[in-house]
Design a binder for this molecule. Structure first.
Ligand SMILES: [Zn+2]
Length: 505
């Protein structure tokens, strides 16, 4: 059993606060750039529970389920307006974090600053700096999150959402670990909690791939030691992201949450890693390295936490893209199963049943198409009925009405041509029905020709040939009989004429 860390005493708190204050003063005095500040910031500074501070004078405030939002005066944006834009998103994010990290002791306090100057002033004393500059800073010193509204409003909605989600993940992970989460895990988790943006993730993958190829791959020790490795922030974040992506993908968010929570009691992250993952940190790291070739060539596209959001799957389902919807939903099912979220599992289950119905309907449609190509019109009709029944269980928008109608028309035309051919055969048995038999056969032939059905056309041609051949035989027969009658008549006339001559003396 490793020795438990002593709890924070007043003396250590005073000493640490003095150090923090001193470093801030030094930074201000020396005009040190922000990058230097994050590189020297202590990696595992236990955060004291932030007091629910009263917002400064003039700030407007609102509360949501998971947050208190305080907005600086000076613009038309007040707390209500900010909450209408971002409150739901903040609540969603905090709710998701709580599914795998220990719950926060209180709502988060979000301070929104409406000028660059006030944001800069409010974040000067921040113990943690972002490796890459951000408009939203977690644990700025006052409250839990500081928002630079001027900069945030210049971002796209997705960029702004991600800046907020990134900061929320930092707040949750730092509080869960009592501020002990090492920088690599902290940055990796915060970046992984953002909504995936393909271009950004592809860049992470490319940077890690380059580092691998050049033999400069950062080790987990490099990533997580207090002094940062001498690499650019983008390279550091890319490595941190890939490490967390590996742990999420291989072992799920629940165990990662246990790891973060385990840091509360044990400052040595390797020891906690060994306990929570039941294997040596070196072994885990070796598995991460082994996984990188696959990850850098496409595996980076998978972000398990993105599967919290079922909306993309719903939209794909509504558009009738069932196979893609199913792939998304399988990820969500994996996520909710890992988290033991029965409500989520039930919701995914219901959507999965709809995708399966859609996939079944699509199978019937493609089988109907194949039957039409093989000119098996009865089977096509049966399959189309089955497809219709499946589509009937989904929303009306998902039914491919035009395609169904087109297939139906072809199948009906084929069935009708078959009926005409049968009639022609039946009618051809009676000599008197010849005109009707011929008309039926011609209609069947025209139908088959339109369907490009050579077999049907050949059968019709055979029936027509037989009809015509019999008619020709009849004509010849009657013609022969007529000739014979005429010959007999001539002979008779001639014979009669001869007798009369003999009678004359
Ligand atoms: Zn960060």
């Amino acid at each position: 059993m490793p020795p438990r860390p002593p709890l924070l005493t007043n003396r250590t708190l005073v000493v640490r606060l003095s150090i923090a204050l001193l470093s801030v003063l030094l930074a201000i005095a020396g005009g040190a750039p922000l990058v230097a500040a994050w590189q020297t910031a202590p990696p595992s500074l236990p955060i004291p529970p932030p007091p629910p501070a009263e917002p400064p004078l003039g700030f407007t405030s609102t509360e949501t389920e998971w947050s208190r939002i305080h907005v600086e005066p000076g613009t038309e944006v007040d707390a209500d307006i900010f909450t209408r834009s971002w409150g739901l998103l903040i609540d969603d994010g905090m709710g998701q974090l709580e599914t795998f990290l220990p719950p926060l002791h209180d709502k988060i306090d979000v301070y929104v600053y409406v000028s660059e100057a006030s944001f800069a002033a409010a974040t000067t004393a921040a113990p943690w700096r972002e490796p890459e500059l951000s408009d939203v800073l977690a644990n700025p010193g006052v409250g839990d999150i500081a928002v630079n509204l001027v900069a945030l409003s210049r971002r796209t909605p997705l960029e702004a959402e991600n800046a907020l989600r990134h900061a929320m993940a930092h707040v949750a992970a730092r509080e869960a670990s009592r501020g002990r989460i090492p920088r690599g895990f902290d940055e990796g988790l915060a970046a992984y909690f953002e909504q995936p943006v393909a271009a950004r993730l592809a860049r992470h993958a490319a940077l890690v791939q380059n580092a691998r190829a050049g033999g400069d791959l950062l080790s987990w020790s490099d990533l997580n030691r207090p002094a940062n490795p001498d690499v650019s922030p983008t390279v550091l974040v890319a490595h941190a992201y890939s490490m967390v992506a590996f742990l999420m993908d291989r072992h799920g968010p629940r165990v990662l949450g246990e790891f973060v929570a385990g840091l509360q009691e044990e400052p040595d992250w390797r020891a906690v890693l060994r306990t929570t993952y039941s294997r040596a940190p070196n072994e885990l790291e070796a598995q991460w390295e082994e996984s990188l070739p696959r990850w850098t060539t496409g595996g980076w596209r998978t972000n398990l936490l993105a599967a919290f959001n079922l909306q993309p799957a719903r939209e794909l389902l509504e558009l009738g893209h069932y196979a893609s919807a199913r792939r998304e939903l399988e990820q969500s099912l994996r996520l909710f199963t890992d988290l033991g979220d029965d409500e989520g599992i039930a919701e995914v289950g219901s959507l999965l049943r709809q995708t399966d119905t859609g996939l079944q309907a699509e199978t019937f449609m493609s089988q109907a198409q194949a039957a039409l190509e093989l000119h098996d019109y009865d089977r096509a009709q049966t399959l189309l009925q089955q497809a219709r029944a499946q589509y009937g269980r989904l929303s009306a928008a998902q039914t491919p009405t035009e395609l169904l109608a087109a297939y139906d028309e072809l199948a009906q035309a084929g069935v009708q041509a078959g009926l005409n051919l049968d009639s022609a055969r039946r009618q051809s048995l009676r000599w008197a029905d010849y005109p009707m038999a011929r008309a039926s056969a011609l209609a069947a032939g025209a139908g088959y020709a339109r369907l490009g059905d050579d077999a049907g056309r050949n059968q019709t041609a055979d029936v027509l040939d037989a009809l015509d051949a019999r008619q020709r035989r009849l004509v010849l027969l009657f013609g022969g009989l007529t000739l014979l009658s005429a010959a007999w008549l001539t002979l008779w006339l001639w014979a009669r004429a001869g007798t009369q001559l003999d009678w004359e003396p």
